[in-house]
Design a protein around this ligand. Structure first.
Ligand SMILES: [Zn+2]
Length: 335
């Protein structure tokens, strides 16, 4: 299959039908499900297999046949100019250290680890260290064509055999999927025993993916999403100061409708709020900021035994602890 399709041989062996998870075989320029009762065909477009379960996906295979665009990543000339001239109101203070830790964990698990990247459209912030490492094989997937996309697939139905990967990266993706728990179940399925996951997901960040934007998570909600994983580290990617900058930007945007006015307003918001980037590193890990972070990360190791709900709430690290402290309970009993 690999020689004719141009697909890497080890990657081909891991591919499965996204409908029924049966092995696939190459037929002309398509991948064909080997299960007779399924027998679905999936096209390979310019060397990129399009492996979608159309029954359960927001995307259709036809969207990708003519290289149709399925994303909202366009920037006009004015927006590009602002992006070059005005500092961003987005930052990720945790990613470089987290990716170094992820690399160490992967190499401890396997000297030549294979890592699935879900949503590889752009190299994620802090991810370059992994991209540059010759012993780490990244399998880049997305629901759009990008310079790095090797497979078009949907995180809800990953077209891979069980236990195919040592690691999975899902950075700034789970807010854009309809059913995050199902995606986490899927990435857990394709991970080997004790496999590593790295996730980043926004919290106090406004809608930024057009219609493909569904969900946000508190720090604890994000932990609960990965309750089948032991935590290696977790926290905020950016704190309450940049959350304020985003909120201020979207407050201003609520007064304008025209696309060009929105671009100008975004530029104004960035220009007048970018100073908040200087504040954020000082507060990003405070309990109060964790309750109002721009986004959260989780680095963890697959575990067959999930955390209980009681264990999850005991992990709360924010400032709003409403559980009575034992000393005040005792004083109440003594009174
Ligand atoms: Zn099938």
């Amino acid at each position: 299959m690999s020689e004719k399709s141009g697909l890497d041989e080890s990657l081909s062996a891991r591919l499965r039908c996204p409908h029924c998870r049966s092995p696939l075989t190459l037929s002309a320029s398509n991948l064909l499900c080997t299960l007779d009762s399924c027998a679905r065909q999936y096209p390979i477009v310019n060397g990129v297999p399009v492996l979608l379960n159309e029954d359960r996906s927001a995307f259709s295979i036809i969207d990708f046949i003519g290289h149709g665009d399925t994303t909202f990543r366009h920037q006009g000339a004015l927006e590009q100019l602002f992006a070059r001239l005005i500092p961003e109101i987005t930052a990720n203070y945790a990613a470089p250290e987290n990716y170094s830790r992820l690399r160490q964990e992967l190499l401890a698990l396997n000297p030549r680890p294979t890592v699935l990247v879900i949503g590889c459209g752009e190299v994620g912030k802090g991810m370059q260290e992994l991209v540059d490492d010759p012993v780490i094989q990244l399998v880049n997937t997305d629901v759009s064509y990008g310079t790095r996309t090797e497979i078009i697939c949907d995180g809800h139905d990953l077209p891979f055999a069980d236990a195919s990967f040592d690691g999975v990266i899902i950075q700034a993706v789970l807010e854009h999927v309809a059913d995050p728990p199902r995606c986490v179940d899927e990435l857990q399925r394709v991970l080997v025993e004790r496999g590593i996951v790295y996730a980043e997901t926004p919290f106090m960040q406004q809608v930024h993916g057009g219609p493909f934007d569904f969900t946000r998570y508190t720090c604890l909600g994000h932990r609960r999403l990965f309750r089948h994983f032991d935590e290696i580290t977790s926290g905020a990617t950016a704190g309450a100061a940049l959350a304020l900058a985003w909120s201020y930007q979207y407050f201003l945007l609520s007064f304008v409708r025209h696309p060009r006015s929105r671009v100008l307003m975004k530029g104004f918001a960035r220009l007048t709020a970018c100073w908040l980037r200087l504040i954020d590193p000082w507060i990003v890990n405070t309990p109060g900021s964790l309750d109002a972070s721009l986004g959260h990360f989780f680095l963890g190791r697959k575990n067959a035994f999930p955390l209980s709900e009681r264990q999850i709430i005991s992990l709360y690290r924010g400032a709003g602890n409403i559980l009575p402290d034992p000393a005040s309970q005792q004083r109440g009993r003594d009174a």
